[in-house]
Design a protein around this ligand. Structure first.
Ligand code: NAP
Length: 256
């Protein structure tokens, strides 16, 4: 049995993760921690465990470092990592040859949306991303929107194409109206009560628009991905970022 601890266990995702771990064959719930626990102290007696983290962007990096320092394997779903923080974790995991995993989105449909968007980015002239989340979401844009734009930009670069660019508004009477920009892709973050998590990638070319959309209807959709990561993380040889890497890259290429 693989011992799994859930950090952020009282939160919306944490509660789902606890149920998923309890129901999954080969996994055993070894602990539930939340904001009142001192993670460093708690993990002292859990070396080698898998730690699922769904907490808050403000503590995600610190928690990841604590998990690694304790000799545990992180399955991190918390969003809000800076690229420099991912790089730092990757270096530390690489030198220790230690399995660690981060996914901005554990839902298979969202992973497919990102993959299709990356492919489409090579064939279209412009792209924008609209992500919609509940009002309790702490970070913007979402980790999924950020990762989607990154994958689309990388896909174009790999094909020798320039980043998306072209005519745009020349007067902006309301700052921020055109959203944030990553790799020439505008990202617009909508926060609404009643919404869970949705994303639409719009790609345009002369006379046509392609829309690739994913709607999260229930948090249970993330759990097969979480369980898969818990089963695989201990055999990874460094930091792996993105569920697509576990699903389609059998060599488990690590983040350099
Ligand atoms: N990767 C994915 O597929 C995916 C999917 C959905 C959400 N997420 C991300 O997962 C994270 C959690 O989302 P959520 O909706 O579950 O949030 P949530 O309902 O607010 O739950 C977070 C839980 O973590 C606790 N917490 C805060 N700081 C902590 C700390 N330092 N140590 C331990 N626990 C701490 C919170 O306690 P308090 O309430 O007392 O602060 C709360 O119980 C967010 O970053 C979200 O964007 C990722």
């Amino acid at each position: 049995m693989i011992p799994v601890i859930v950090n952020g266990a009282q939160g919306k995702m944490g509660q789902e993760a606890v149920k998923a771990v309890q129901a999954a064959s080969g996994l055993e719930l070894a602990g539930c921690f939340d904001v009142d626990n001192n993670l460093e102290v708690e993990l002292k007696t859990h070396r080698g465990c898998v730690v699922v983290d769904f907490t808050h962007p403000s503590c995600a990096f610190q928690n990841a470092q604590t998990i690694l320092a304790a000799g545990c394997h992180g399955v991190i779903g918390t969003t809000g990592f800076q690229p420099s923080q991912i790089d730092e974790l990757a270096q530390a995991c690489k030198s220790l040859q230690h399995g660690f995993f981060i996914a901005p989105n554990f839902a298979i449909g969202a992973v497919l949306m990102m993959r299709f968007a990356a492919e489409a980015a090579r064939h279209m002239e412009r792209a924008e991303i609209i992500e919609l989340h509940h009002t309790g979401k702490a970070d913007a844009p979402s980790g999924t929107a950020h990762k989607t734009a990154e994958m689309m930009a990388e896909s174009r670069a790999a094909a020798g194409l320039p980043s998306f660019e072209g005519p745009d508004a020349v007067t902006n009477t309301l700052p921020g109206t055109r959203g944030g920009c990553l790799g020439g892709i505008r990202i617009h973050a909508v926060r609404m009560p009643g919404v869970l998590a949705n994303q639409e990638v719009l790609l345009g070319a002369a006379g046509q628009i392609l829309s690739i959309r994913h709607d999260t209807l229930d948090r249970s959709c993330f759990m097969p991905g979480v369980v898969l990561a818990c089963r695989k993380v201990r055999s990874l040889k460094g930091l792996v970022v993105g569920l697509d890497q576990l699903l389609w890259n059998e060599s488990h290429s690590t983040h350099e």
